[in-house]
Design a protein. Structure first.
Length: 341
């Protein structure tokens, strides 16, 4: 069993179909010298060639730069052939006295202001449409209402999001301005609260259903299945280690991986070597086997990365590989695997 990256899966409740391999555009917001407008355009062309049609972005990525760059890419294609999602909850406010250097100075001259209000949601979406150069996005996600970003204000932000952003997005969906909306975080426990309190079509969960983290399988994913909420599983490589393997300095959730994660990854790598499987192939294909998951979304910054990830999706992985992972208790006993599909 393998996966065609450009094949689509439909949301259970809405007329939305996303490619099995989705594109996270956080790298489009990079100001590194190697990440130029031209290199991003080349990567986008490779994504199109690979059949990828779902692109996720956010105002936060590069303080607006990712949306600007994605918008420049969109000008050369039929927008109707793609599915776009962006996020609300952060507004970009200009800062500084006089004219700032902008990207050439290492960042754009904006600061982030959290705003989950009704008016803030509409303003954020309007700004995103301008940066993207399009009149519509398909999916809107309420971004980062969790303790990692909000700290002790998390309960206040949650109430603001439900009273403001949720109300605004229900109205926009009802009017046909957007097709679907949800929440994007890396904490599935707060997504359970959103699911119980609101009317959501999808959730983007980052890094919490991967080869290294199965915590979502017992409660969150079954709840989404029961409620017909599509899951967009972002960060399948856990920010690096499942793409590179347990190399020196490999990252897990954006910091250097701790010893237990390194050792677990090394055990998975040994199984990979016995069966001739690339760990990145297993990392991309494992989440796609779960029926609640509509797309696995990962950042790609070059044409080579795009081609590599498309090949990882298509790679044939023998059933014996998954059986050994189960036997060694390296994946959850009840986790569906591609061989079961």
């Amino acid at each position: 069993m393998s996966y065609e990256p450009g094949a689509t899966r439909r949301f259970p409740r809405r007329d939305v179909a996303v490619s099995q391999l989705g594109v996270g555009t956080a790298p489009f917001g990079s100001v590194a010298q190697s990440d130029t407008d031209a290199s991003i355009a080349s990567a986008f062309a490779a994504m199109r060639d690979a059949g990828l049609r779902y692109f996720d972005t956010a105002p936060f990525y590069g303080l607006g730069l990712a949306e600007h760059r994605l918008g420049a890419c969109l000008r050369g294609v039929d927008r109707r052939t793609l599915v776009l999602s962006t996020k609300v909850g952060r507004l970009m406010r200009p800062v500084g006295d006089g004219v700032a250097a902008g990207v050439h100075g290492g960042s754009l001259p904006f600061e982030v202001a959290f705003d989950y209000s009704y008016d803030g949601t509409l303003r954020s979406l309007e700004h995103s449409l301008q940066r993207l150069g399009t009149n519509a996005v398909d999916i809107v996600l309420i971004h980062d209402v969790n303790r990692r970003w909000q700290g002790d204000l998390v309960e206040q932000r949650y109430r603001e999001a439900m009273a403001g952003a949720h109300r605004a997005l229900v109205e926009l969906r009802g009017a046909g301005v957007i097709k679907a909306f949800g929440v994007g975080v890396n904490d599935w426990s707060i997504l359970l609260r959103f699911a119980a309190d609101g009317d959501f079509d999808c959730f983007m969960l980052a890094g919490r259903y991967t080869l290294l983290d199965h915590t979502a399988i017992d409660t969150f994913l079954p709840d989404c299945e029961r409620r017909n909420i599509a899951v967009l599983m972002a960060a399948p490589f856990n920010s690096g280690i499942l793409a590179t393997g347990a190399t020196p300095g490999a990252t897990y959730f954006y910091v250097e991986a701790e010893r237990d994660i390194v050792e677990r990854t090394q055990r998975i790598e040994r199984v990979c070597r016995r069966h001739g499987v690339a760990i990145a192939s297993a990392a991309l294909q494992f989440p796609l086997a779960h029926p609640a998951i509509a797309s696995v979304v990962t950042g790609m910054r070059s044409a080579d990365e795009v081609r590599a990830n498309a090949a990882h999706c298509r790679a044939a992985i023998p059933r014996a590989f998954w059986d050994e992972l189960r036997h060694e208790r390296l994946i959850a006993e009840g986790a569906p695997v591609p061989a079961d599909a």
